[in-house]
Design a protein. Structure first.
Lengths: 620, 190
């Protein structure tokens, strides 16, 4: 069997079909990275999964999932100023969490080097926005390299690590969902395990590392000088690619947008010239200027925000260049992923004489939508079903990030707003001010509790807010693929101290805490009723293990017993409580309005049995 | 064959990732260049999950343009209609497994379930080759993906991809027990 844990640390050169998130791990190995940290978030948790396939004692670097992105970044920073090449990776919005430390990084002399890997999500496939993290580069004085393929992820990472180590500065490798998850055959170099000096090399004389008062300006100057040294270096040419088709028209592009463009260009006869940028900040000015000077018209084709466009237009202005530069024209140009479809739409509007528009017209056939769902057996379903009974239509329900966000969907409609990790308690507290008539309830997952949830909770205690917090505890970081967290008693590699959420809350001085297993629906209804009717801050911990993880583990151990429920036709009165209120996807409706259980979906958890008013749901 | 676009669709949990991995690797062994991409993240929780495979010699993006798939493989009835409507070329091929995982609006009684007739009607009107697959004796629904693979081979839907190549790939991707269960299905069908 193909085993990524083996080939990722194999010494001989090889090639393998991998996704970008796997290719990057081999790059880390070859580059000699010694410390890797992360907090899971799409599109990057598969990097952690690939690392996890390498047996702990063969892994040539330290890896941890930290409690949040900021902590992860700080660990990578600490390692770097101790002399170790480090890498941190997380999703787009994770950088917002890490930003307080992140913006300082370039001011520091990172003697070991550091590659910050960002997983942006154009198209918002698994994120609450599609923020363009290239903006952070200008704010933080860090160079940004952006690959378009798994092969480039591999080669760019190694080169980025080299630049970072040489200049002792942090660099950003910006990935997007479809570079991370893109699959192709990648050819990898060989690698040899080397002796390595692990001694701590932190020395204040490499600093200063305390950016106060008089130290700030020289540090900032040094950061800007390092950035400039890249702008004018030969190294940046490694990342950029010029495709000369002998045209008077040119396109400057980057990332997966380049791939989309090439799909179109390969099928047209009058091909424009293309400058594909892999170093997207700062720009390699000479290359850009010579491209502009040698073309009559240049289109800047970039996904999301006009970062390249602004820099290139400024450059052209300063150099008095006459070339017509076409950037974004309308709001839709800022929105969504630049797939081949989107690029065709843009280019056929821009240069209709060479780029044909799409001829495909989708027929308007009604196909029922299929939104993501809580899984069969999910404890959150029982929780929402039970909690909904207590709350008034008019009460305000605040959600947070995680699988439980899916409670915004019918039939639950229990999440009316969502912002960012751990935000629910603070938002709920704000909603409770001057508010005597509408109860405010907020939800929070367990990994999120440890990630960013605690400050809002402490604040609710400190400032005596009148809200009810319901912690939906499933014992894992479920949405991103079941990573451990500080409550589980296990870290990435080994057993560790479990921090029970209830103990933490008691430590905060919260008196009104109830714990209920969500499958005990009546008890949970009662607990929430008591909590919301009490003045002040109350917490209900609605607990049930993630059943997807639970069933998977049982199957692996061979202890899984396949059971199913069925709906007894004799007893069923077609009240449809199971379909319309409990809403487990295992229930299907037939043309005669009877209900059957889809055995491919039912895991036999039985949490539905108690919901049927006439007890028609039974174990088979 | 210069180029072929394959769009695989179904519901999170149906084994689309494995089917896609087998086809992509088989195509690679057959000498094509491949690019592929699967849905990861949020949609894996019971939403529509897709995988796109592009096979050929001059391939850049893993993403297929709308209405530009030569072959749509669907592991579920609703997704068969959706995939055909959004991605398949007129005159292309639809290979689908006849099972229904009702989407939320159907279960809530807001819309009708998609029927086989809906699919047949659409396929006929767009000259699409419609191959429905169902293995009534299949004990493990998670092996429906391999049933589809076997029919893909039997119908020679991808040039140069045959039983031997697929078995070779499956052996690389599965443990012995799972492999032998799947091999049985392959041999029964092809």
């Amino acid at each position: 069997m193909i085993n990524s844990g083996k080939f990722l640390v194999q010494e001989e050169p090889f090639s393998e079909i991998v996704i970008g998130d796997t290719a990057i791990v081999r790059a880390m190995v070859e580059a000699g990275v010694k410390v890797v940290t992360s907090y899971p978030g799409s599109p990057t948790p598969e990097i952690g999964a690939a690392i996890g396939t390498i047996p702990h004692d063969e892994r040539p670097f330290y890896f941890e999932y930290s409690t949040n992105e900021k902590v992860a970044l700080e660990i990578a920073y600490g390692a770097s100023i101790n002399g170790h090449l480090s890498t941190v990776f997380f999703k787009s919005v994770g950088l917002n969490v890490a930003s307080d430390t992140f913006v300082q990084l370039s001011h520091m002399n990172l003697i070991g080097g550091m590659v910050v890997v960002l997983g942006d999500d154009p198209g918002a496939h698994s994120s609450q926005n599609e923020q363009d993290n290239r903006h952070y580069a200008e704010l933080s004085y860090m160079p940004v390299f952006e690959p378009s393929t798994p092969t480039e992820i591999y080669t760019f990472f190694k080169k980025a690590a080299e630049i970072s180590t040489k200049r002792k500065m942090p660099v950003i490798l910006r990935l997007t969902t479809h570079t991370c998850h893109q699959k192709e055959r990648v050819f990898f170099d060989g690698w040899k395990r080397k002796e390595y000096d692990f001694s701590p090399k932190f020395n204040v004389s490499n600093g200063p590392y305390v950016p106060v008062a008089s130290a700030v300006f020289p540090l900032k100057r040094k950061a800007l000088e390092k950035l400039d040294s890249i702008r004018f270096s030969e190294e940046c040419r490694f990342f950029n690619q010029y495709i000369n088709n002998g045209s008077s028209r040119g396109i400057i592009t980057m990332g997966t947008t380049y791939l989309s463009l090439m799909e179109l260009v390969k099928n047209i006869s009058d091909k424009p010239d293309i400058l594909k940028l892999g170093m997207v900040y700062p720009l390699s000015e000479e290359e850009i200027l010579s491209f502009l000077k040698s073309h009559r018209e240049v289109k800047i084709l970039e996904e999301l925000d006009p970062c390249l466009e602004k820099m290139i237009k400024a450059l052209a202005f300063d150099n008095g260049i006459k070339c017509k530069i076409v950037g974004k024209n309308k709001i839709s140009d800022f929105i969504g992923e630049y797939t081949p479809d989107k690029v065709r739409e843009i280019m056929s509007e821009c240069w209709s004489d060479i780029f044909p528009a799409s001829t495909f017209e989708k027929k308007d056939i009604p196909v029922p939508a299929r939104p993501a769902q809580l899984c069969p057996g999910c404890g959150h379903r029982s929780a929402y079903y039970a909690i909904k009974k207590v709350l008034d239509e008019n009460d305000i329900k605040v959600g947070d990030i995680g699988c439980h966000t899916l409670g915004f969907l019918p039939p639950y409609n229990m999440v009316q707003m969502l912002m960012s990790m751990g935000a629910s308690t603070g938002i709920a507290s704000g909603l409770s001010l001057f508010n005597k008539e509408r109860k405010v309830v907020c939800f929070l997952g367990d990994s999120t509790f440890f990630h960013a949830g605690m400050p809002g909770i402490v604040n609710a205690v400190f400032n005596k807010h009148n809200i009810t917090l319901i912690i939906l505890e499933n014992g894992t970081t479920a949405m991103t693929g079941h990573q451990e967290h500080p409550g589980t008693g296990h870290n990435f590699d080994e057993e560790t101290v479990a921090l029970p959420i209830k103990d933490v809350l008691e430590g905060f001085g919260i008196k009104n805490i109830t714990i209920v297993d969500t499958y005990q629906q009546k008890k949970l209804t009662e607990a929430v009723k008591n909590a919301v009717n009490k003045e002040g801050f109350s917490v209900v911990i609605a607990k049930h293990p993630c059943m997807l993880k639970f069933a998977k583990l049982q199957k692996r151990k061979g202890s899984f017993i396949q059971r199913h429920v069925h709906v007894d036709k004799e007893t069923c009165e077609q009240i449809h409580e199971c379909l319309k209120f409990f809403g487990c996807p295992s229930f299907s409706i037939n043309n005669d309005m009877s209900v059957t259980v889809n055995k491919d979906l039912c895991i036999g958890d039985g949490s539905c049995i108690q919901t049927c008013p006439v007890s028609a749901i039974k174990y088979q | 064959m210069k180029e072929m676009n394959i769009y695989i669709t179904g519901v999170g949990g149906q084994g689309i990732g494995m089917l896609s991995e087998i086809i992509a690797r088989a195509a690679d062994y057959a000498g094509y260049k491949i690019k592929a991409v699967d849905t990861h993240g949020l949609a894996q929780r019971g939403g529509t999950v897709t995988s796109e495979i592009r096979i050929g010699y001059d391939i850049y993006s893993p993403i297929i343009e709308k209405g530009n798939a030569d072959l749509v493989i669907a592991l579920e009835k609703h997704e068969a209609l959706r995939g055909m409507n959004e991605m398949l070329k007129d005159g292309g091929t639809l290979l689908w497994y006849d099972t229904s995982w009702q989407p939320l609006p159907v279960r809530l009684g807001e819309t009708k379930e998609v029927s086989e007739k809906d699919i047949e009607f659409e396929a006929l009107s767009r000259k699409i080759r419609n191959i429905k697959v169902l293995d009534k004796d299949l004990k493990e629904s998670r092996m429906q993906n391999i049933v589809l693979l076997a029919h893909l081979i039997k119908n020679r839907l991808i040039e140069k991809i045959d039983e031997n190549i697929c078995k070779k790939v499956m052996k690389e991707l599965m443990n012995d027990k799972i492999y032998s269960m799947n091999e049985e299905i392959m041999e029964k069908t092809t």
